[in-house]
Design a protein. Sequence first.
Length: 244
Amino acid sequence: MNIMIAFQNVSFSYDGTVPVVEDLSFSISGGESVGLIGANGAGKSTIMKLMLGLLTGQGKIFVGDLEMNKQNLPKIRQTVGFVLQDSDNQMFMPTVYEDMIFGPRNYGLTKEQAEARVDRVLNQLGLAELKHRYNHKISGGEKRMAAIATILAMEPEVILMDEPSTALDPVNRRTVINTIHRLPQTKLIASHDLDMILDTCQRVILLSHGKIVADGSADTILRDRALLEANRMELPFCLQGRHM
């Protein structure tokens, strides 16, 4: 299977001294859904920013056949969609519709093609009623769903999600989980919501202080109480109370 994401000996430090990510190497195949977990400060968000060229570190990063560099950055950003942790930093147009159509139009779709894509994604997520709503007048949960819809409308080959279930009520959270299941793209999902990771990812990469502690089956890693507790996490709620 084709490799869609590859990190080769990647390191990064914000202050030039203490590494946030240190000598990190891993690869993700096309179509994989991988959970990126770890306590606060483990390096999850930094890895995603490195993948988008928002940060520049040492080592090599590949998205598909493209190595991360200044020349390839525009193409990489068309290939990778990033659902930010803070939706307010993602939704910058007045209405949900304007946000959703912005990317597809910039990528060369006609207005009719872009509108058809917007409608398809909104219907898929059950969000048709949000289409012409003003971003500053929708709830935090609705804005979170709209931010996800905005990325899906661009149909990227790789989707990065940073805490996608934050601020969602149970119904919208389940909608996001069901949507993730249906998406054929390669997905890297960083989250503290280990129940969602268990439900959506076949593989988990566990980080601690910018290094990989474990990389393997989500079902195996997320049932390992000792491993999770040693890295300042707890079992998914659905497994707590059961004898592991």
